[in-house]
Design a protein around this ligand. Sequence first.
Ligand code: MG
Length: 363
Amino acid sequence: MTVKLDYVWLDGHTQKNLRSKIRFEEIKLNSKETLNLKDIPRWSFDGSSTQQASSDNSDLILKPVKVAKNPLSSKNENYDSFIVLCEVLDTDGKPHNTNTRHALGKLKKNDIIFSAEQEYTLLDARTVRPLGWPKSPEGETIFPLPQARYYCGTGDFVKGRNFIDKYMNMLVDAGLNVRGSNAEVMLSQWEYQLGNINAVDLADELWISRYIIERLSEYFGMIISWEPKPIPGDWNGSGCHFNFSTKKMRDGGYDEKYASVILDKLEEDHFTHIRYCGLGNENRLTGEHETCHMSEFKHGVGDRSASVRIPAACVKGDNFYMEDRRPAANCDPYEVLLSLSKSIVSGHEELNSLKGQEVEVVA
Ligand code: MG
């Protein structure tokens, strides 16, 4: 069977970018009509063009780590299409120093389940301004109505719905764990949610979903902005909130004591977490626009001005989870989920040592 493979990887810029190139191969599909990872060959690329190597020693290796159906490719009777997410390795087979996935994959197995709320802004590629934002005939910058009616809006209070509908279908067709989508507080700012899965799988799906939306935007004359604060002033920034729960939280429900141990750990490690929450996040975490100031750690029930929110419904008996509101839209989820997981796991270990018990929730 001929298959078209989009090899996708992360480059070495401080703000990581997606890179991809295409290859045709003869590979047998498995019983689920997809590919087994072991059948997909490794490939090489020019690391000197991605800030990952010097030109006199430029070859780097792409190691396939996740495969998804490629919803961007129109149905072709001659081949099936797949997206192949890759880790970058040195030629000796060791993880390249820009390979942030490797460390997350090596983390001790645990039972933490995450979901992500990925926000972003649709820009018009001609004006490089949010889609549908007005411009005067003289080209002066003018602004739409102040934000108040755009969140989950309809009709004239949202822009880009045709694009969003297509994108949602594509996430489903790719087989990702998509949970939903909504229009956000700033006009042309949107969100989609992925989960509830383990850290590595979620981070992989986030990068694959970012690849799909960036590729789709090319056909629509749009640009996807992951900027934490795309428009200065009285406009909401874009985050990538992570919700998490441990087995104990899911099985046992709300437990104030348990929550406080985890929250103390998150507070202790706050500035380590902040380091991985995205470039330019200081422009977003100002204490305004549903954020907590970057310099402090605050938690609260139903509090959207907190760093970590405990949903009010959890306290009343619904499934217990917490929401980390600090990460920005442009974060590297491998880094965020590694630092967050470490703190949660150490919270468990502390709790269990206090009780003199075996670690029960972390396998
Ligand atoms: Mg949101």
